[in-house]
Ligand binder design. Structure first.
Ligand code: NAD
Length: 254
């Protein structure tokens, strides 16, 4: 297991869920990981990587704030000598209050800032550093919610649809530089973001109902998204570009 040997990877949203699982997997595969988040649990992710003998450092960074993303890339270059992989994964739902149109513009702005401006900043500031290494990969976490309406609050779905389109534009812009840009569209995965739904279902003894909504009769695990991110980050995906990889157990086809 050394698919990412000698590589340097930034992972945002690394304190929890998909980001945490990906940071651990990338490190196991040999990458030096710059783990970014705003939550304190970030330190636990980095401690877990180091306990396994991996290389990682924690950076408090707001993934939707330009100065923070610039500093994040700078940190990767300063500490590990460059950047090969940027996994723009941090995300928020904005929450669901009442009906779809009861959300405020402020909720929309914040959701778009983190979920869509975040990946834009990853491309804007990650790509030049990755180019300097002769190429690499940018991966953005979208969602099946970005493929069609109804799988989340409207601001969330719209932000994720934007990510899928952004990845297409960025992949075209960067084609020829060796920087590939792809998205992952997870289905329902049990993480901090969806725990309320799982806990709610368990509280009324209906935990299995969440699974039954899926053709595979279960929800997904963070590790199953991390392994898709690893594929897109690795040379195994050398001809995969501008793609939105659906990892949802078949949910979006049913
Ligand atoms: P999570 O809540 O467990 O993890 C998200 C992490 O992002 C948290 O640690 C949070 O602190 C961090 N974060 C939020 N805003 C941030 C910001 N501005 N700057 C830096 N970090 C920030 O949830 P998750 O499910 O692991 O989410 C990861 C990604 O997967 C998100 O983009 C989410 O939209 C996407 N996704 C999740 C699911 C699912 O079912 N869980 C499905 C589809 C897509």
């Amino acid at each position: 297991s050394d698919v990412l040997e000698g590589k340097v990877a930034i992972v945002t949203g690394a304190a929890s869920g998909i980001g945490r699982a990906s940071a651990l997997l990338f490190a196991r595969e040999g990458a030096a990981v710059v783990a970014a988040d705003l939550a304190d649990a970030l330190d636990e992710t980095v401690a877990a990587i180091i306990a396994e003998g991996g290389r990682a450092l924690a950076v408090r960074a707001d993934a939707g704030e330009e100065a923070d993303v610039v500093a994040l890339v700078g940190r990767a270059v300063a500490e590990y000598g460059g950047l090969d992989i940027f996994f723009a994964n941090a995300g928020v739902t904005g929450g669901m209050v009442g009906g779809y149109f009861d959300a405020t513009p402020a909720v929309w702005m914040e959701t778009l800032r983190v979920n869509l401006i975040g990946p834009f900043l990853a491309v804007k500031h990650g790509a030049p550093a990755i180019k300097e290494r002769g190429g690499g990969a940018i991966i953005c976490t979208a969602s099946v919610a970005g493929l069609r309406a109804g799988a989340g609050p409207a601001q969330y779905s719209a932000s994720k649809a934007g990510v899928i389109n952004l990845v297409q534009t960025a992949s075209q812009e960067l084609a020829g530089t060796g920087v590939r840009v792809n998205a992952i569209c997870p289905g329902l995965i049990e993480t901090g973001m969806t725990r309320f739904a799982y806990d709610g279902a368990r509280a009324v003894g209906k935990a299995d109902r969440i699974g039954r909504m899926n053709p595979m009769l279960r929800g997904g695990e963070p590790d199953e998204i991390a392994s898709a991110a690893l594929f897109l980050a690795s040379p195994a995906a050398s001809y995969v570009n501008g793609h939105a990889l659906v990892v949802d157990g078949g949910l979006s086809t049913s």
